[in-house]
Design a protein around this ligand. Structure first.
Ligand code: HEM
Length: 485
């Protein structure tokens, strides 16, 4: 035991010396926080990926200006804080962009002989999957099919709140929004129909999300531990066991789909059916990708909705303007529709403003595929460079009075704001979020039905602060009261 500890200590010391050499040795001159050789980098990593990540990056921006870097062992990460530099990053992402390496996922999948899936793969393999999965998630014909089911769920969830509204009961929104997104995504992803399937799907999706959240804690441990030590840490065994469970759960949906007869299957339109029908994806690829898509879709969308409800609860003026837009829309069109979303510019502005202030994705990163010069510093090919969405969204030169929730700013023609929309909340370039259009539908339907039926009031004067748990989520419960209109 003692020998093992000595070996580990020596490994850390050598790795530390190497990391110092790597960072100082390259002398790229980018501002770097001062600190002890190994511990400094690890403590910066834990702060940047810790609960107060937003505050840490904001303070680094004040301290160092538009660019800074830190290093852990032999890797380093450069952070950018302006939209202009984020666009430079996009230019250097190359034809096959590479984002943060999810080493823990890669290693698990390789060890189980599974395909890497869209999220982890790179190069030609990534592009091929992206094209085919994109047909299920980005084409208007697919989205039109999903809209009706999502709208129905949103309407029902809003109706179910009427009792709480009539009794003026405080409502804790995380569970309501979480349940809604689960039902909506279950429809989009697996195409469930009817009440019997609903119960099982909600149970399965809840288990998937709980398992994924538990895995995040272990992913944090793994990503700050050298990979050669993984077989010796409990986090690795727990992480792999949870992934086995996730894949067993989604496999049941595939088996169920494959056991149905072809006429039945013809009528189903959901992401899973698209993936399984695609001749360009193998069955194991469809399996790993549907699992990743379920995981990527739920917490991102529900946290974004939760932030939007929070901001609305603080602004009766915004609610009133939005309500008038919805009322006019319903008078003109009768019911919401996929194409009708285009006629709700204020609803779009509300969502954009909420995502600006509360970017759940938090940062977007690339491993540079070509070298770049940013803020006068030469950054080599292969460097890991990230843009902080939180800091960029609070840039006062782009957003006057940046801390104020003001959807009106999105109603003016402003090319900088368009650039922000196309490159920040859902990431940028060829590898930007593939689920963004689904997320927009799910968010829009919920806010539409909530504001159509109720006035939203806040219950507490205390502001809700963000906390980082893989995503930037509300750190305190969002509690509101509803008043029927
Ligand atoms: C409001 C909700 C969402 C937000 C804020 C969000 C944000 C993001 C961001 C910032 C990225 C990184 C993009 C980049 O590197 O440039 C991303 C990637 C991704 N997102 Fe989303 N996302 C959301 C919803 C969804 C949904 C609903 C799905 C699935 C249907 C999804 C699936 C994915 C996948 C698979 C990737 C990786 C794409 C690739 O590597 O090619 N996301 N998302």
């Amino acid at each position: 035991m003692l020998a093992l500890m000595i070996i580990l200590l020596l490994v850390f010391i050598f790795a530390g010396i190497y990391s110092c050499y790597f960072i100082n040795g390259t002398q790229n001159g980018i501002p770097t926080p001062k600190g002890l050789p190994i511990l400094g980098g690890i403590s910066e990593f834990l702060s940047v990926f810790g609960p107060a990540a937003h505050k840490v990056l904001m303070s680094r921006f004040w301290q160092f200006g538009p660019i800074y870097q830190f290093g852990v062992l032999k890797s380093k990460m450069v952070f950018l804080f302006t939209l202009k530099d984020l666009i430079k990053l996009k230019k250097a992402e190359g034809f096959y962009p590479v984002h943060l390496d999810f080493k823990h996922l890669r290693r698990y999948r390789t060890s189980r002989d599974l395909p890497l899936g869209l999220l982890v793969s790179t190069g030609e393999d990534w592009l091929r999957q992206r094209k085919h999965i994109g047909k299920a998630l980005l084409s208007s014909s697919s989205l039109k099919c999903y809209f009706e089911g999502v709208d129905m769920v949103a309407k029902k969830v809003a109706e179910d709140l009427s009792e709480s509204a009539s009794e003026s009961r405080p409502i804790e929104m995380e569970s309501i929004v979480g349940h809604y997104v689960l039902l909506a995504m279950a429809r989009v992803m697996m195409g469930y129909e009817g009440d019997e399937q609903e119960e099982q799907t909600v149970h399965d999706f809840t288990s998937i999300i709980t398992t994924a959240r538990e895995n995040f804690k272990d992913a944090r441990i793994l990503l700050s531990t050298p990979t050669f030590l993984w077989p010796f840490v409990k986090a690795w065994r727990r992480h792999s066991g949870r992934w086995d469970h996730l894949l067993r759960t989604t496999k049941r949906y595939i088996e169920n789909y494959l056991s149905r007869d072809s006429t039945e299957v013809e009528e189903i339109s959901c992401v899973l059916s698209h993936l399984l029908k695609s001749p360009e994806l193998t069955l194991p690829e469809a399996h790993i990708n549907i699992t990743d898509l379920v995981l990527a879709s739920i917490d991102t969308t529900s946290s974004s909705i939760l932030w939007c409800v929070y901001e609305l609860s603080l602004s009766s003026k915004t609610q009133h303007t939005l309500f008038l837009e919805i009322k006019d829309f319903l008078e003109a069109h009768g019911t919401p529709s996929f194409s009708g979303l285009q006629d709700l510019p204020y609803l779009k502005a509300v969502l954009k403003e909420s995502q600006r202030l509360h970017p759940v994705g938090f940062f977007v990163s690339r491993i540079l595929q070509e070298s770049s010069t940013i803020q006068g510093y030469h950054i080599d090919t292969g460097s890991h460079v990230a843009g902080s969405m939180y800091v960029i969204g609070r840039d006062s030169s782009l957003f006057p009075q940046p801390d104020v929730f003001n959807p009106d700013r999105w109603l003016e023609d402003n090319s900088d704001l368009e650039t922000f929309t196309n490159n920040v909340p859902f990431g940028l370039g060829r590898r930007m979020c593939i689920g963004r259009r689904v997320a927009e539908i799910v968010m829009s339907c919920f806010i539409f039905h909530l504001v159509k039926s109720y006035r939203i009031e806040t219950v507490s004067d205390e502001p809700v602060e963000p906390t980082f748990r893989l995503l930037m989520v509300p750190g305190q419960p969002v509690i509101i009261r509803l008043k029927s209109r």
